[in-house]
Design a protein around this ligand. Structure first.
Ligand code: SF4
Ligand code: SF4
Length: 365
């Protein structure tokens, strides 16, 4: 028979969870009231939103492919503005230009607004852009899930490698931020209006169309590493994610753990794609938290992990989180469209003329 004594003062909810002290000094949490055990865990809302954005991204990709094919045949067709979401450096320079002058530059304004939306989301609800909207995040996540199926597990790097490697994305971010902050308004304006910036998206497309063996090897290595290690690209190398992580530190919403009802099962830490020790924290303040809800969804005890402003408030459900995130994202984009700032000001004739000499266009810095 199990031998233990129970201190009645340690009941956290009468009859719900209590700490059991074994005679050898060890303790464990015992769920007495089975009604606090959650049954239905995964709502699937995040997967739905991720797939929606993946389809939109594919659609944008096809439109952009047709646009560049048109340029190759001397025709300027529709160019999807959202493709500018793949020009983060140009967008960051536009953001700095805006902060210094109050002016939104009309070259790639959609990229600027997407960046602003991502930053506002991070500053209010952690870096949800990465785990709900970014298609690279979805690919990265799918790869480590595939890896877990193939190898029956994901691997973790030893801490002495993981920590410096995780700093890499912040070092890259610091490099870009310092470089951009050293430019004067005139220099920023000159770059944003340059032929190089105007054609940056087309050049990016051509880079992938004529991809070098070396670049293919790098991408292949990243894919392979992503199979073994959770979110390899996002965790170690993405400076965009690093920026959102830093702004995410401002977020009043975060994951809170109610330690009195936590039964220390460790499931939350196991599923965390950012490898955070959720089961040991009172609140997840880390810049690495992507608001993915994996921990909240897997926790077997009701209201023990919650995404909220304080631990005492009711947590947001995954659906409510999605609603706020999408409202911010489409609200900012809708504002840009409504004010006539979504599409860039480059006429088709200029695209055709610049495309003729695209190989000779290079940046001036
Ligand atoms: S599992 Fe939880 S702690 Fe980890 S990234 Fe997702 S929301 Fe943040
Ligand atoms: S999933 Fe995490 S928070 Fe929930 S009971 Fe287990 S250890 Fe505690």
């Amino acid at each position: 028979m199990e031998q233990y004594k129970i201190k009645s003062s340690e009941f956290v909810r009468p009859g719900a969870v209590r700490t059991v002290h074994l005679k050898d000094g060890r303790t464990f949490k015992k769920v007495v009231d089975k009604s606090i055990i959650r049954k239905n865990h995964n709502s699937g809302d995040r997967s739905f939103v991720q797939i929606f954005f993946a389809v939109v991204t594919l659609w944008i990709g096809v439109d952009f492919f047709l646009f560049v094919s048109g340029l190759q045949h001397g025709i300027a067709t529709y160019r999807p503005p959202s493709v500018e979401g793949f020009l983060p450096i140009s967008s960051l320079m536009s953001l700095r230009y805006f902060l210094l002058t109050g002016i939104v530059r009309r070259i790639h304004p959609a990229g600027f607004f997407i960046l602003v939306a991502a930053i506002v989301i991070s500053a209010t609800m952690k870096k949800g852009f990465c785990s709900w909207i970014c298609p690279v995040g979805l690919v990265s996540e799918s790869l480590h899930e595939l890896g877990a199926k193939l190898f029956k597990r994901n691997f973790t790097l030893p801490r002495f490698i993981d920590v410096p490697l995780r700093s890499l994305k912040y070092v890259l971010l610091a490099f870009f931020l310092v470089s951009i902050s050293m430019l004067s308004v005139t220099e920023l304006g000159r770059f944003l209006g340059s032929d190089y910036n105007k054609m940056a998206d087309v050049k990016l497309y051509l880079f992938f169309e004529h991809i070098s063996t070396f670049s293919l090897l790098v991408i292949g290595a990243l894919i392979l590493l992503s199979l073994f290690y959770k979110n390899f690209w996002c965790r170690f190398a993405c400076p965009y994610g690093a920026l959102l992580g830093v702004t995410g530190l401002l977020s009043p919403l975060k994951v809170h753990r109610i330690k009195e009802t936590c039964i220390d099962c460790g499931k939350c830490a196991d599923v965390c794609p950012s490898a955070l020790p959720v089961d040991k924290l009172d609140a997840v303040n880390s810049a690495e938290c992507t608001g993915c809800y994996s921990c909240v969804e897997v926790c077997p005890i009701k209201d023990t992990l919650k995404f909220s402003v304080t631990p005492h408030l009711k947590g947001l459900s995954q659906r409510q989180y999605a609603f706020i995130l999408l409202t911010i994202y489409f609200g900012i984009i809708g504002l840009a469209v409504g004010l006539g700032y979504w599409r860039n000001s480059i006429p088709g004739s200029e695209y055709l003329s610049l495309f003729k000499n695209i190989r000779s266009i290079s940046h001036s810095f």
